[in-house]
Design a protein around this ligand. Structure first.
Ligand SMILES: Nc1ncnc2c1ncn2[C@@H]1O[C@H](COP(=O)(O)OP(=O)(O)OP(=O)(O)O)[C@@H](O)[C@H]1O
Length: 508
């Protein structure tokens, strides 16, 4: 084994009531990819934020290249060659790629054109296609991530920490990232890769470190383990097998949501939603598959009342709701977990209990004569914490202090409960660990079995196949077809997602 570049020795980190890291020791060698696995709230981000100088350990030591170091800030970490790509990017949307990369890293007058050339050459070296002069706000999430990586490479990072880097990427973008990681470590650099996805762990890592409850519960070599063993190590038990619905008796069921000809067409551009027709029955889960950014988010927002269609009709339980407000739709029993929970699902600075009240502060069960019934709200939140196994000391802590996966659970818990008639789940399991995914899947099936209608948008095909009665495939704002679960092979769905209509070609 090559020499150790990083040695974290007996690190403990305490946040007021939470012991986030408990005597954690991790070693990373030159040229090695270390995958850091563990359930939500296990302490993975915390230990890496300590290495990156964002948090300071309560006790323990950090050794770099065989010498003990104190890392007080990310600036000091970067000076030692350590960079971290966090779950939420730190780019300035109104600046260009090059401006973002050199921001804070250059002195005096800058020849921006020469810098753009330099950045493009750097990108090329790692097989990245990044337009150096483009504004960040015009780039896809996948390209923005490449800009974050380029920023680290520009500063000569030799140890790259990636916190759930694939959570928001398309399958093609994941492949590009994996190729980059392999190429990067082959040059003698090292990577720490935090993920929940077993497939990626098996694909890219050399060593796997598993954390549970703030402690390390195992360190294994990739070739000595398998996905099942890792899942067991992570959550401590086997996962429950769930029965996928088949949509067999839908014809007999009432149509709850009817969408007719729904279109959103902005001036001088292609339609974002292109004549969408669909129906969701009571007790049905309609899965919506597709590569991200093909109109799924706009469809959800139009159904929820957050986007105004230019054409078409939405009927809920026989009532035309096309022109009604979001508030009206909530009152009619619609719930919606948006894919971007940070922007649209929660207020990080508010407590868990306050977040449960968001969007429902006018409903009678929490408020009477303008006064919030805090006791009732807190009791309710404590029950939700227990039921969803949200890792939080109590309902008074801020949502921002929870781990990413636990924040997602808060949003799912609230919306599943608010949607008495129809719940729209957009990427409900993004960032969740295997056990939590299993639990959310059980919740979604439970909603269906209680007679609710569910729309499930997901880029994870396994999730679509595991839960849907019927599957609609979206491509460029259009529905390419709606099929009963079981009628679609992975190959056929893949073609539909790419805009091909295999049946039509066969017929032609
Ligand atoms: N700034 C903070 N203040 C208080 N508690 C915190 C803070 N940051 C993290 N914690 C707590 O520390 C614990 C570990 O959190 P951490 O984010 O490291 O988990 P994680 O393993 O990365 O989880 P996930 O997979 O959900 O992202 C959690 O219980 C979390 O609530």
């Amino acid at each position: 084994m090559s020499e150790a570049v990083i040695e974290l020795k007996h690190i403990t980190k305490r946040f007021a009531k939470v012991l986030a890291n408990d005597d954690v020791s991790i070693t990373v060698h030159k040229g090695e990819v270390v995958a850091l696995l563990g359930e939500n709230g296990a302490g993975k981000s915390t230990i890496m934020k300590i290495l990156y100088g964002l948090y300071h350990a309560t006790s323990g030591e950090i050794w770099i290249d065989g010498k003990e170091r104190k890392i007080a800030s990310p600036k000091e970490a970067m000076a030692l060659g350590i960079s971290m790509i966090q779950q939420h990017f730190s780019l300035v949307p109104a600046h260009t790629v090059t401006e973002n990369i050199i921001l804070g890293n250059c002195k005096g007058r800058v020849d921006i054109k020469a810098k753009e050339k330099e950045i493009e050459a750097l990108a090329k070296q790692y097989g990245f296609d990044v337009p150096a002069g483009e504004y960040i706000k015009n780039l896809s999430v996948g390209t923005q991530q490449k800009v974050e990586i380029l920023k680290a490479l520009y500063l000569n990072a030799r140890i790259l920490i990636m916190d759930e880097p694939t959570a928001v990427l398309t399958p093609q973008e994941i492949d590009t990232l994996m190729t980059f990681v392999k190429n990067y470590v082959s040059k003698g650099n090292s990577v720490v890769f935090i993920t929940h996805k077993m497939k990626e762990v098996m694909q890219v890592s050399d060593t796997i470190v598993v954390m549970r409850n703030g402690k390390i519960c195992g360190t294994v070599k990739r070739e000595d383990t398998n996905e099942k063993e890792l899942a067991h190590m992570m959550i401590g038990h086997d996962l429950e097998t769930l029965q996928a619905p088949g949509g067999d008796d839908l014809e007999k069921k009432k149509k709850r949501l009817i969408v007719e000809d729904l279109t959103i067409q902005k001036k001088d551009s292609a339609p974002v939603l292109d004549h969408i027709n669909l129906t969701v029955h009571e007790g049905e889960i309609l899965g919506i598959a597709g590569v991200s950014d093909n109109g799924q988010q706009e469809l959800c927002e139009a159904l929820y009342g957050a986007e105004t269609p230019t054409q078409g009709k939405i009927l809920l339980d026989g009532r035309d709701i096309t022109a009604t407000s979001v508030k009206d739709r909530i009152t009619m029993g619609m719930g919606y977990t948006a894919s971007d929970r940070y922007r649209y699902g929660m207020v990080a600075e508010m407590s868990l209990a306050e977040n449960m009240l968001l969007k429902a502060s006018y409903l009678k069960n929490w408020v009477s004569h303008g006064i919030i019934n805090w006791k009732k709200l807190r009791q309710y939140t404590e029950r939700q914490i227990k039921e969803y196994k949200i890792k939080a000391p109590d309902c008074n802590v801020t949502v921002g202090s929870l781990s990413g996966g636990n924040q997602q659970k808060v949003v799912v818990a609230r919306e599943a409960d608010m949607g008495k008639s129809l719940v729209i789940f957009d990427q409900p399991t993004r960032g969740l660990d295997l056990g939590a995914i299993n639990y959310v899947h059980k919740t979604i099936l439970g909603e269906k079995n209680s007679g609710k209608s569910v729309i499930l948008v997901s880029t994870e095909l396994s999730e679509i196949f595991a839960l849907s009665d019927r599957i609609a495939v979206m491509y460029k704002g259009r529905i390419m077809g709606i099929y009963k679960n079981g009628e679609l092979t992975t190959e056929k769905i893949g073609l539909l997602m790419a805009g091909y209509q295999p049946d039509k070609e066969e017929e032609a």
